[in-house]
Design a protein. Structure first.
Length: 131
């Protein structure tokens, strides 16, 4: 391990290392001071990667979960299953599919599959969620 650390140290000092571009879906960083914990509502009118990062930044069960609204209900989002960058002519926030507690929701440039708290009995395909 000492040789490995020594080689890394030398590479850093001489700037002989290679940089790697991070994925927008997993590479965003939100500092503690940049998060507004008073607003946990998801803006579906953002790019799918930004929506995914927002959701991931605010998932902290027991204390808080990101939220969305439908009718007069507040729905908590527990997690992300996957994202798809696929152009569709649908309004951001539109529910595309429902399977058990997983909703596929349209974003600005794709869709995101999220898990919920299961309290969305009134939501149907083509329902529109909002801030």
């Amino acid at each position: 391990i000492n040789i490995l650390v020594k080689n890394w140290f030398i590479n850093i000092i001489h700037k002989t290392y290679a940089t790697v571009q991070q994925s927008d879906l997993i590479g965003n960083y939100y500092s503690r001071n940049s998060l507004t914990f008073s607003n946990l509502f998801i803006d579906w009118n953002q790019e799918v990667g930004r929506v995914a990062c927002f959701i991931q930044a605010f998932i902290f069960p027991v204390f808080q979960l990101p939220k969305t609204r439908f009718a007069n209900e507040i729905i908590e989002i527990n997690g992300i299953k996957k994202t798809e960058k696929k152009a569709r002519k649908r309004t951001p926030g539109t529910v595309l599919t429902i399977k058990n507690d997983i909703l596929e929701i349209q974003t600005k440039d794709g869709s995101i599959f999220v898990t919920t708290n299961g309290k969305h009995a009134k939501i149907t395909k083509d329902s529109v969620l909002y801030l």
